[in-house]
Design a protein around this ligand. Structure first.
Ligand SMILES: [Zn+2]
Length: 257
């Protein structure tokens, strides 16, 4: 693992539209490579999730963070909250707040991952990597020392709460299944859904510790009725409503809708 190269930069970023920028950690293994969304608002900015925390997100995009954003976490898995400690405003659903204050599990060592991930890679015919990064953020970085820094929530979110940016507002949808306090942020006027790990265009994980398949099915049926224009997920590329329905129906199976 010490033979890994040093990455010239840790984050890639892409402008999605006039207000939305996506950041991602290309050197993190695809299983953990989560999307980070920055939304420039009229009166305040929003960050949806904060990546693994291997390298400083703030330092990577000082222009975006010149104004302190509100950070909303879709859930407390470490690939989404690792960068939490870098930000002053940290909002998360009340059911996941304890995991932000006292991070439960994090690793960059492949063999330490839960069995669910081993099974997933087996299915894909891909061996479990020794390291969950293919580069280091700087010379001398030791992946064995990786740990998520505790960063207690500053506001607890519930179903129906509003995250108001001035010129646009998002409604908190509580969508359990992947995790107990998983949320999505819904901009009804724009038809934009930031979905975290509730839905993304790859196999959905419903048997991790804390997952609840029955709740996940109810969540999927609820999402199916949402008049979405675009979904910006926690992993993999964005997609539209037609693809969302396909992913939901594939999860629910025949007669599940
Ligand atoms: Zn997750």
């Amino acid at each position: 693992m010490s033979g890994l190269p040093v990455a010239p930069r840790w984050f890639d970023r892409r402008r999605v539209d006039d207000s939305i920028t996506m950041l991602v950690e290309p050197h993190v293994h695809p299983l953990l490579r989560s999307n980070i969304w920055h939304v420039r608002g009229g009166e305040r900015d929003l960050l949806v999730d904060a990546g693994c925390g291997v390298a400083s997100l703030r330092d990577a995009a000082p222009d975006l963070f010149a104004r302190e954003p509100v950070v909303v976490f879709t859930h407390a898995h470490y690939d989404h909250v690792g960068g939490a400690h870098e930000f002053a405003e940290r909002w998360i659903h009340e059911a996941e707040a304890s995991s932000l204050a006292e991070p439960e599990f994090s690793t960059l060592v492949g063999s330490d991952l839960p069995v669910e991930f081993h099974a997933l890679l087996d299915e894909m015919g891909v061996p479990m990597p020794e390291a969950l990064v293919d580069a280091l953020p700087y010379g001398g970085y030791d992946i064995a020392t990786y740990d998520v820094v505790p960063a207690p929530a500053t506001r607890l979110l519930r179903e129906g709460d509003t995250v108001d940016l001035g010129d646009r507002a998002f409604t908190v949808l509580h969508l359990p299944g992947h995790t107990p306090g998983g949320i999505a942020l819904w901009d009804e006027d724009g038809g934009v859904l930031f979905s975290g790990d509730v839905i993304y265009d790859a196999p959905l994980l419903d048997s991790l510790p804390g997952s609840d398949p029955a709740a996940y099915r109810a969540t999927m049926r609820r999402l199916r009725d949402l008049p979405v224009r675009v979904v910006h997920p926690g992993h993999e590329p964005s997609f539209g409503r037609d693809r969302m329905i396909e992913v939901i129906d594939a999860y629910l199976g025949p007669g599940g809708a």
